[in-house]
Design a binder for this molecule. Structure first.
Ligand SMILES: NC(=O)c1ccc[n+]([C@@H]2O[C@H](COP(=O)([O-])OP(=O)(O)OC[C@H]3O[C@@H](n4cnc5c(N)ncnc54)[C@H](OP(=O)(O)O)[C@@H]3O)[C@@H](O)[C@H]2O)c1
Length: 303
């Protein structure tokens, strides 16, 4: 680890698992802009880029060997790789558990061996969504396999003295690769482009954040300013309709969002209804500021 004496930033070697995933890709760019050395791992999607990358599968049988054969020793690991298909996880429970839960044990033992910080990205899906407003002391109770697998993956990380878990809901990302699914923000933008209405469920709540908001908390952890192992990263909002309106405002759209109602069906059965988070340890991010920053990053978008 080096110290840049001009800016007093500790320059770190950061390993990002799942670097070509939505969040890994954005965090990689933000970390690099902040002066850190970034190396990544990928699994099936390999994208041409200026990052040094290595293939790494998270299935338990290969993971330990894979980690130990990486040709560098990071100071910190941002563990973004995960099984993220919420619906498919219901029929692929063993796979989801292996990738999201069992792999955490290997990530922790690797981090311990090399003395690195380990930051595990988790989700609001660990809660059942009956009441919302969950903070770090709220009792998780996931509705589906995905939420359960992520919750079980948190445990070994929280038992590691240099382990951190960040729970959050994504809003949108500054840069998007062609294989990425649409974020909430992109979906509203696409509806506007297609001349369709974007229904925002009034019976669902959320407090989404951008990758930049996530980074603010990550950088506090990296610089030892934050030492709480479990953190909720959230915005100053919970009303989905208002989120839609703010996206419209930030991107100059006109009446794209409309009231929608999330009914009880197979989609909602495995997702929390009231999913907004709160925190005892982090300040809420301003949704409007996050969107304005995202819009600047997306200037080249076709709007
Ligand atoms: N997206 C959300 O709504 C959301 C919400 C809250 C929290 N999170 C958490 O945030 C983190 C990043 O999510 P994301 O949105 O960036 O997801 P994503 O775009 O689906 O990226 C997931 C990454 O995991 C990799 N991966 C999947 N299976 C793997 C395996 N068996 N071995 C190794 N790598 C594997 C994928 O690589 P390949 O594509 O190459 O297979 C991809 O790079 C995850 O921990 C997720 O649980 C996501």
């Amino acid at each position: 680890m080096k110290i840049d004496y001009i800016t007093f930033v500790k320059i770190m070697k950061i390993l990002i698992t799942g670097i070509f995933g939505q969040i890994g890709w954005n965090l990689a760019h933000i970390a690099r802009i902040n002066g850190h050395h970034v190396v990544g791992t990928y699994h099936t999607h390999l994208v041409e880029s200026s990052f040094r990358v290595h293939r790494l599968g998270l299935m338990p049988e290969n993971l330990e060997t894979g980690l130990l054969s990486l040709p560098f020793v990071p100071d910190a690991i941002l563990h973004c790789a995960a099984y993220t298909n919420v619906d498919k996880a219901e029929s692929e429970k063993p796979k989801a558990m292996d990738i999201n839960a069992r792999s955490s044990n290997f990530m922790v033992s690797y981090a311990r061996k090399i003395g690195a910080k380990l930051i595990y990205l988790s989700t609001d899906y660990v809660f059942d969504g009956q009441v919302g407003g969950y903070n770090e002391l709220s009792i998780p109770s996931p509705r589906g396999v995905y939420g359960l697998s992520k919750l079980l993956g948190e445990a070994p990380v929280l038992a590691y003295e240099q382990g951190f878990v960040l729970r959050f809901t994504p809003l949108g990302h500054g840069i998007r690769l062609p294989h990425h699914p649409l974020s909430l923000m992109d979906w509203v933008l696409k509806c506007a482009r297609d001349g369709k209405k974007a229904p925002m469920f009034f019976n669902r709540t959320s407090s989404p954040v951008s990758s930049q908001d996530l980074w603010e908390v990550i950088s506090e952890i990296l610089s030892d300013k934050q030492n709480q192992p479990l953190l909720h990263v959230h915005s100053d909002i919970k009303d989905l309709m208002q989120i839609g309106r703010e996206i419209e405002r930030a991107f100059g759209l006109c009446h794209t969002t409309t009231y929608g109602f999330l009914s009880h069906n197979s989609y909602s059965k495995i997702r929390p209804f009231k999913a907004h988070l709160s925190s005892n340890f982090t300040q809420p991010a301003s949704l409007l500021k996050s969107l304005e920053k995202l819009r600047q990053q997306r200037k080249s978008y076709e709007f």
